[in-house]
Design a protein around this ligand. Structure first.
Ligand code: GLN
Length: 308
């Protein structure tokens, strides 16, 4: 006998599967050939219960959903004051790859657009035998509760096409926002975008954020509650780029999308939500992912401004 939540999720999945709008990300070969029919929804509660519908085992690149997690690592390493000197927390309303740096200082508006995300990578330093990237990879893995791997075909695609990201890294270096080698920083940014996850991994990563930084199944403290609060705040105001205002109105949950077709949303204290579906809208967010979150928020009354 299926639980009511499972029945609801199966019905929602079937309904939204019919939406064939959007196109998979054409920017790199690996995502351009993604099957537009693939569609997985996963919910993970803070008690570690996982509900799944559809293609939740399918692996895809994390892309920009990596950004809140690297920002979290920078906050844990340096504290919010030192990080704030390099990266602001103001919504820019810009597209993810906009070349927008603050006048005079070159400080990126927030860590969710590429400029801020690349700056965040530069704040992570190697430690002993652990390189910067292996620290980032280990950190994401503790959020997921399993070892996550990099896809070399995605990584090569990012390297072959990442001219704008390289330019951003150079600009950030010229303003001394990045203090070390900008080429090395952007390579690690390409690597972090190329980490492979499935919807279940992302739901558990989101649920760890929902659970004050404690993994709901492993029960270890992955990050401090204060870091979670900072990360969820910038996800709320900046996570959906130039769609953040309309997202906040219609869904009302901190969220992050990636051009790999993933979206996460977080209901603090309760739930991590993740969707995988490759066709994207004009903002670079999964069409079925946005629709799923909108429906979940409405049907389950999840909007954070809802009262009564
Ligand atoms: N790798 C992509 C980029 O940097 C990630 C963008 C995204 O997922 N929005 O352009």
């Amino acid at each position: 006998m299926k639980s009511p939540i499972q029945q609801y999720l199966d019905a929602l999945h079937e309904q939204l599967q019919a939406n064939t709008e959007g196109t998979p990300y054409q920017g790199i070969p690996a995502t351009a050939v993604a099957d537009p029919q693939k569609f997985g929804i996963c919910l993970a509660t803070v008690d570690g219960v996982v509900y799944e519908a559809g293609d939740t085992d399918e692996l895809f690149s994390i892309q920009s959903i990596s950004k809140p997690f690297t920002y979290a690592l920078a906050l844990e390493d340096l504290g919010s004051e030192a990080v704030g000197q390099k990266i602001d927390v103001e919504p820019s309303g810009d597209a993810f790859n906009e070349i927008s740096l603050q006048r005079g200082t070159g400080r990126p508006d927030n860590p969710m657009i590429n400029a801020g995300a690349i700056a965040a990578v530069s704040l992570i330093k190697s430690r002993g035998p652990r390189s910067r990237f292996s620290r980032i990879q280990d950190f994401y893995s503790s959020f997921a509760g399993r070892d996550l791997e990099l896809s070399s075909s995605v990584f090569n695609g990012e390297r072959m096409t990442g001219f704008r990201n390289r330019a951003l890294a150079q600009l950030l270096r010229s303003f001394e926002i990045i203090e070390d080698d900008p080429d090395g920083v952007v390579e690690d940014y390409f690597r972090q975008c190329s980490i492979m996850v499935n919807a279940r991994d992302l739901a558990l990563m989101a649920a760890t954020l929902a659970n004050g930084g404690v993994h709901p199944r492993e029960h270890n403290q992955v990050v401090e509650p204060e870091t979670v609060q900072n990360v969820l705040s910038v996800m709320t105001t900046c996570g959906m780029y130039d769609d953040a205002g309309s997202w906040t109105t219609s869904v009302g949950l901190p969220a992050k999308s990636g051009v790999g077709g993933g979206i996460i949303a977080v209901l603090p204290g309760q739930l991590g939500i993740a969707i995988y579906s490759p066709p994207l809208d004009a903002h670079g967010s999964s069409v079925r992912g946005v629709e799923t979150c909108t429906r979940l928020a409405r049907d389950m009354g999840l909007h954070f401004m809802r009262s009564g």
